[in-house]
Design a protein around this ligand. Sequence first.
Ligand code: NAI
Length: 326
Amino acid sequence: MKIVLFDVKSYDKKHFEAANKEFGYEITYYEPALNVHTAVMAKGSDVVCPFVNCTVDKEVIDILKECGVKLIAMRSAGFNNVDYNYALKNGIPVVRVPAYSPYAVAEHSFALLLALVRKLTHAYVRTREFNFSLSGLVGMDLHEKTIGIVGTGKIGRVAINIAKGFGMKVLAYDPYPADIAGVEFTDLDTLLRESDVVTLYCPLTKDNYHMINANTLEDMKNTVLLINTSRGALIDSEALLEALKEKKIGGAALDVYEEEAGIFYTDQSDEGIKDDVLARLISMPNVIITSHQGYLTEEALRAISQTTLKNIKDFEDGKELVNQVK
Ligand code: NAI
């Protein structure tokens, strides 16, 4: 099997090289993301491995088919960037890595929350300049505050356990509510209205695009802290920026951004960024943005490479594709 990885960084290559010792595949690593301009680079490959900011739409799938690609093996859990029905119609199944480390993402969301609530980014910059003043650094206890968990799948459940460790009251919303000790399931409106912290752990689907928008932001507490480590387009960024400017919410920490493709994972420090909404969000004192790094732990990278290659091996062997996106 000839495999081509798109949107590759040095840490991806390191882990795929290690995992491939067991499989011995011919792997080519490309830095550019997969899109309509780069798809032709897959020529002669059996499998393409895209990542979260690749575009795998109809046009790209047509090119991949012409190039002889037989399998799309996503290196991610999310698959909102792939037209998997169209791919399958064209005889190209799509597989993914449904679980690699829910701990990585859940822990990162709490790293963001703690940094936001205790103003760690400001404190860090101050002490580096030998400014030991505490003015403006007053935070808030998480203990006994209400956290609203949106999506109680693998990552959401890890987050629930972490929140319980802080002594928080846990409200949850999921279209498929589960029986989880110490968690009160409610509707989304109630969760948004009553929570001191709202944190998103659900996939992006056509039904929940901009689930956090001008209307829902209006209903939330004006001190609420909003955390998003799931997918950027769950939040209407322009509405979020307006709410922050009007002090309708207390702050936001985002690991994902709806227009992140082409910006996140790249160094733009020489040029600045053209996205005014993102630039303005970054400028707000009560906003923290990380560059879609929730998954980025050694454990998760190891699991991603191993599961991706195992998915490919199952395909090669004609076995059932247990991780197929359907
Ligand atoms: P999962 O499939 O285990 O759980 C998702 C849960 O969300 C399910 O319980 C589902 O019923 C629920 N859900 C679906 N639609 C919903 C809606 N409209 N409102 C509320 N809940 C809804 O997925 P997992 O592993 O927990 O991952 C969640 C998401 O996290 C992924 O879809 C992906 O977008 C994101 N993610 C982000 C990463 C990062 O690096 N920042 C890394 C990995 C995943």
